[in-house]
Design a protein. Structure first.
Length: 256
């Protein structure tokens, strides 16, 4: 909880202001869960401050909303292109993605439980989006789009959540599923040498100089050059959790 609160403060997520009678003060709650590695092991324990978006009023503290979800058909098509060309697939995990969206509406939430300022029992005027706010996915997408366009990407005409990069003989695809990002680049390019895949803590995001850590990891995928992709971790779970359904595949357990 302390790490999450520190991140919010360093990100300039809010400022404390005296409450006014006309404020629509939104509640919040702390959510706890385990973040796991691709192999299923525990990576770390996480806590997240989530706004109670159902307290918001349309036209007062939010206007337009949408969630950037790419179509399954688009994912299948781009994966087929990647496998046919033997390209690299990487999933990017942006730390606290929604917190990088800048709000244009006036939004107020109560101070986080356990971290109420003893001398200023004020409310938080939000400058950045918070998980749970109705406009949070939209603001995050706008920041992401501005960042990618600045690096030469452009939107697909028929799929707004597919970004394409073409420069000379280099073609790359950037797929957006809310805050999960899939990057497909030619195999001769190392992700560490691609500017917009840099994992340097000094990375900047959007028009403002905001420190952002982009961490990415390669899924545990096995490629078959007959356009088949096997997600090993997923198959392993199926084989061990439902042995009766996959009894005829038991010899594969030794391989997984």
């Amino acid at each position: 909880m302390s790490d999450e609160f520190t991140t919010l403060i360093e990100n300039g997520t809010w400022s404390l202001v005296p409450p006014q009678p006309y404020f629509n003060i939104i509640g919040h709650k702390w959510v706890f869960w385990l973040k796991r590695n691709p192999d299923g092991s525990i990576a770390r324990y996480k806590a997240r401050l989530v706004a109670k978006g159902f307290h918001q009023c349309r036209g007062i503290d939010f206007k337009e909303t949408f969630s950037p979800v790419i179509k399954p058909q688009t994912i299948k098509l781009v994966l087929c292109i990647a496998i046919s060309n033997h390209w690299t697939l990487s999933q990017m995990d942006v730390n606290n993605a929604f917190l990088h969206g800048t709000l244009t509406e006036e939004v107020y939430i109560s101070q986080p439980t356990g971290f109420v300022h003893p001398n200023f029992p004020h409310v938080c005027k939000m400058h950045k989006a918070l998980y749970g706010l109705k406009q949070a996915p939209r603001t995050w997408y706008n920041e992401l789009k501005s960042f990618l366009v600045a690096y030469g990407f452009f939107n697909s005409r028929f799929e707004p959540f597919l970004f394409i990069y073409k420069q000379g003989f280099v073609t790359a695809y950037f797929l957006v599923y809310v805050d999960d990002l899939l990057v497909i680049i030619p195999i001769f390019l190392s992700p560490l040498k691609v500017p917009w895949l840099s994992n340097s803590p000094s990375n900047t995001w959007g028009p403002q100089v905001t420190s952002l850590v982009l961490s990415y990891y390669r899924h545990n995928l096995v490629y078959s050059w007959h356009n088949i992709v096997i997600y090993v971790n997923y198959c392993r779970k199926l084989l061990w959790l439902m042995p009766s359904l996959f009894a005829h595949l038991c010899p594969l357990r030794a391989l997984l």
